[in-house]
Design a protein around this ligand. Structure first.
Ligand code: URA
Length: 241
């Protein structure tokens, strides 16, 4: 605390003392205050100051996480991958078998399709996207993550969003829509329009579309998904030009 801050607190306490003694002005003491020395913690941040979060720190915590039962069967946790200042943060559901083996998001069939979809609008995890999931460990037999698992794990996702500060968020599939924007609607009802994802510090345009695995199963989802991607591209162009 600085000397000025201490002085202000002392003045406030003096006034509060006067108030408590029904307005009688008591004797005022002259205090002499000094600035407190900032003591450096071993890792560089002053004691008491919030530590800077980082993608690496979050990834390490995810790899060691035992906050929910999904940790029991994982081969690898999957924190996510991509650039650290993404234009778009893509958020899926959770790792499948391929992702669990490699510790990387969207590397199976659905992932290959996701990469093609992104490439069609000049996006890629190598240059301008970050790919993450709601849950970072594979749910057994590829079942949907339970809402409680998603809730527990989404603290990591929220921290990733705060660190990444993406220009846009693309939610693929119902699980990420349920978890991130608390939607109770099917994807068909909420896709195709931007909403704002708001935190205390950020407001990020967010779009929901179909999960690439759903596109592999259901041909009729492909056209609306393409419309969503074109809409995303046009918003990016509007921002960049
Ligand atoms: N499906 C997802 O939602 N995420 C992955 O990482 C892989 C498949």
């Amino acid at each position: 605390m600085t000397a000025v801050e201490k002085q202000k607190i002392a003045e406030f306490l003096d006034i509060a003392g006067d108030y408590l003694s029904c307005g009688y002005r008591g004797d005022k003491k002259d205090y002499i205050f000094n600035d407190e020395e900032q003591i450096e913690a071993p890792w560089g941040a002053p004691w008491g100051a919030p530590l800077e979060d980082s993608l690496e720190k979050i990834a390490l915590e995810i790899q060691n996480c035992k906050n929910c039962p999904l940790c029991a069967a994982r081969k690898n946790a999957v924190p996510g991958e991509g650039v650290s200042n993404p234009v778009v943060l893509v958020i899926g559901e959770g790792p499948g078998a391929d992702e669990d083996l490699q510790g990387r998001p969207f590397v199976g069939k659905a992932g290959q399709l996701l990469d093609k979809m992104l490439e069609a609008i000049q996006l890629s995890r190598k240059t301008n996207c970050f790919i993450a999931n709601v849950v970072k460990c594979r749910p057994p037999n590829n079942r949907d993550p339970h809402p409680q698992e998603a809730e527990i794990c989404s603290t990591f996702l929220q921290r990733q969003i705060e660190v990444l500060k993406p220009k846009f968020i693309l939610l693929v599939g119902i699980i990420s829509a349920k978890t991130v924007i608390k939607s109770t609607q099917p994807v068909g009802n909420i896709r195709g329009k931007f909403i704002d994802y708001k935190t205390d510090n950020l407001s990020i345009p967010l779009l929901v579309t179909y999960h690439p695995a759903a596109l592999l199963r259901t041909e009729s989802y492909k056209r609306p998904a393409w419309e969503d991607l074109k809409l995303l591209r046009s918003r990016i162009d509007a921002l960049e030009n």
